[in-house]
Design a protein around this ligand. Structure first.
Ligand code: 6CS
Ligand code: FE
Length: 304
């Protein structure tokens, strides 16, 4: 018997809004980790995201910034598939899989200030589904159009349920001027089923410019009329946690100031990837982890 897909998308030429089946905060024993205040939990539950200013101090943030710059020097021109160039300028847009390619980020994903928030919200042990640095360089950092990450991870990676979240650690100041993350409060409760069909090896284009799996104008307007649009600005060292289904995007950066953030996607150990939808070939391991999955244990960030 074919399993009924609760979140069909890219299967017709019409769009729809479907109900979310899962809770936003998975209230289990693990979720009593106590990393968040009651107000922070309430804000996350209501909006689908939470900004925590200055979670990492200036020394730690400087250390992480240097690690980010070092990765760019090491991997640019290395012909690595994990390095995604900006359309046009060819500058580095993103480097994926940083938690497996670099010891500093392998350590950072386990820092209790972020790992325990993920365990608390997802109510279970967790692992990294995907990690990346989005460099969004000055002058040439192009936009990330509106999308729900879960819509992609469900259709292209076979992620079963909405039990994952992104943690974006700001490594440069994110201001109104340099393309900060924009999110639609409350959009996480509405699953936007998108039109169109996923081309083979879509990630080779979508990581540069996403054109499939984006909401149509009418439904995007509907969500924005309901919840507005919030721009998450903050100093380097601040952190944005957002639900896998919160509608988000960011504008191009024509300022001289880079907007560089490292993103970790924590997925519940109970929500590991199945086969992609529609018979698609699985995306590469550097974009969607399937191998060697094991629960992360807390370890504080070490500055050497
Ligand atoms: O396809 C993906 O997994 C990536 N695409 C976007 C625009 N956000 C999430 C993720 O990095
Ligand atoms: Fe995204």
């Amino acid at each position: 018997m074919l399993s009924q897909d609760a979140y069909p998308t890219r299967v017709s030429n019409s769009a729809a809004i479907l109900a979310r089946n899962e809770p936003v905060i998975h209230d289990t024993l693990a979720s009593q980790a106590g990393q968040l205040s009651a107000q922070q939990r309430a804000n996350y539950e209501q909006d689908g995201f939470l900004l925590v200013p200055d979670l990492f101090n200036a020394e730690e943030t400087g250390f992480l910034f240097d690690a980010m710059q070092g990765m760019r020097e090491e991997f640019t021109h290395a012909g690595r598939p994990e390095v995604i160039a900006e359309p046009g300028s060819g500058e580095v847009r993103s480097i994926f899989n940083v938690h497996r390619l670099n010891d500093v980020f392998a350590n950072l994903v386990r820092d209790p200030r972020v790992l325990n928030v993920a365990r608390e919200i997802l109510g279970s042990d967790v692992y990294i589904h995907q990690s990346r640095i989005n460099y969004k360089p000055g002058f040439n950092g192009k936009e990330f159009y509106w999308h729900s990450d879960f819509e992609t991870w469900h259709s292209e990676d076979g992620m079963p349920a909405m039990r994952a979240l992104s943690c974006s650690i700001l490594l440069t100041d994110n201001s109104e001027a340099n393309g900060p993350l924009m999110l639609i409060p409350g959009s996480h409760r509405h699953y936007v089923s998108c039109m169109g069909e996923t081309p083979d090896e879509n990630y080779k284009k979508s990581l540069k410019k996403q054109e499939v799996g984006v909401p149509d104008d009418i439904l995007l307007r509907y969500l924005a009329d309901l919840g507005g649009i919030r721009t998450c600005t903050g100093k380097a060292g601040s952190v944005i946690f957002f639900d896998c289904n919160t509608m988000h995007g960011s504008n191009s950066n024509i300022s001289p100031f880079p907007r560089s953030n490292v993103f970790f996607v924590y997925n519940s150990i109970a929500n590991q990837l199945e086969a992609p939808r529609g018979g698609l070939a699985p995306r590469p391991e550097f974009v969607a982890a399937r191998e060697g999955i094991k629960a992360l244990t807390p370890a504080p960030l070490e500055i050497d």
